[in-house]
Design a protein around this ligand. Sequence first.
Ligand code: GLA
Length: 668
Amino acid sequence: MPHPNTDIIPTIEGLAYGGDYNPEQWPREVWDEDVRLMRDAGVNLVSVNIFAWAGINPGPGEWDFARLDAIMDLLAGAGIKADLATATASPPPWFSQRHPETLPVNAEGVRLNPGARAEYCPHAPAYQEAVVEMASRLAERYAAHPALAMWHVGNEYYRSCFCDLAADAFRAWLRDRHGSLDGLNHAWGTTFWSQTFTDWSQVLPPRISAETPNPGLVLDWRRFGSDALLALFRSEADAIAKRSPDKPITTNLMVTGDFSGLDYHRWGEHMTGPNRLVATDHYLIPEHESDIEWPAQVAFGADASRGLAGGSPWLLMEQAANSSAWRRGYFAKRPGDQLRHSLSYVARGSEGAMFFQWRASRYGAERYHSAMLPHGGPDSKVFREVKAFGAQLQRLAEIKGSTVVSRAAVLLDFESCWAAATPGQPSSDMASYPEIRRWHAALWRRGVTTDVVNPAWDLGGYEFVFAPHLYLLDSDAHLRGYVERGGTLVIGPYSGIADRNEHVHPGPPGAIRDLVGVRVEEFAPLPEGATIALDDGTEGRTWSEAAHPIDADVVASFTEYPSTGAVFRRRLGDGEVWYLATRPTDLGPLLDRLGITADAPAGLELVRRRHADGRTYLFALNHTGAPQRVDATGEDLLSGRPWTPASTLDAGETAVIRERAAARTRGR
Ligand code: GLA
């Protein structure tokens, strides 16, 4: 991981606590109650102005900051800081009416109608100019406002558009990437199906076509889409930085569900360093729809966020206090869930915990989305827990700026995830991202704190590195270096198969063949729901392949095909590399083989944060139904009680133990 920046929100004392605050939806008298209850709950940061374009800029050339002034003054008077948004995520109806070319066009070529949010084409000059003007005006007006803590650019960038403006921008991006039309023809393999371009004007976005589109086009389109939105973010961020140079700038990335929409590692480069911070939104998948339990989902969202921040502290910008309006079916968190989830994010590097939103809306698309202050009012489970967590956070102020101690990493490469999902793959079930999450959850169940990182980073500090699915890879050099210097690397099947243009490497598993010492003769994907037996009693699913050792030990084979291996191990330099020719149904036996045994009972989550000067804090979260002993020495900051190795944590309870120097030696 790169060197961490540890002071990401200098303007907030201690840890941040609050949520999206939309007072424009409420009469003025409600604002006073809001502020009173916020103070009661320990709220010290709220995100304002996210969807307020229509109020600030109600028509062409018309500007009205009176309401925002009043909100900012109210917050300043109450000692609550603002994460001030640029309001550019939702252009109002007048804007779309005046600039119809800014409405996005979908892949069918249909221009979408106004009526919701994020209704913009990232490539439309009118939108691009408007957002820079908006950010500039806000920065000029509020740079010195006492309530201002940080800037929030846009909101959850994800929009793509297939219009002619997009096509022009795409061509310019392709020229830059491939140099020439010949370069593009080579990269996309256009000799296949007679697709050779003879003029740039023939190159189009992947609009709906008669048959399977060119995978090179599909992959480059995703890269382009991510870069185009990053450019939009940067245009606003630059306009702000010129006028408000001393305040951090961020936007809320999404680590929710399948969050591989943008190449967040590239975004991370522009969201870390001086006056930048990584902020993420994380909404849980209801447990009945997922094979990953909530605490493990929370851990993944947090560990992935920390990965985007390069190991620096980061900020959980949004989570749901209860149900999410956009999930199928309403659900409620169990008592205590919210407290444990919020603390787990903090344990895993977040400098606080924020929610969408402060007060539940009475109207609009998200009127049934949960909030810190629900429709039921302050006398509610949710608000009581909101207050309780606010009080806890105040006791944890001293952990601000510390970083997370981890011994393992799971590799996540966004381009590789996209490429593995291009059309025409041998199996449509070989998605990367759910598999990465599944491996991470297996490690969570063993109590291993795991970073989720960019494979290109320095992996040297990790005892174990897991690559559940690294489909795209040009060269094994970096991974080989990690192994030779003593690391243990485990690689899942169908990895190293294609290069960055998604051209298949001859001789699978291509780029990793020499590294793992295995030759794959043919792929044999499994039908949905089918499993394949291994001779060590375990099973694989989704995928199998006829794989033979060139220079590796066969640890287990498929029972039906004893001549081919299923699990391989190769010692290399001071380390070892494992290769799997199938996706194990249960990753436990593999972790056993690696000697990764749980040193705490399943469901007792233990995570350590450490300051640069060596002070450490052990976060203990008891997700089990019974008291658990936590082997640590020091003082629990939450209860104030001394902690000894004989101390126990009640069912559902949490502790944050400031460890005594002598007890700090053990890592996790
Ligand atoms: C996202 C958005 C919020 C809100 C929440 C609801 O995170 O940023 O505006 O829509 O989802 O879950």
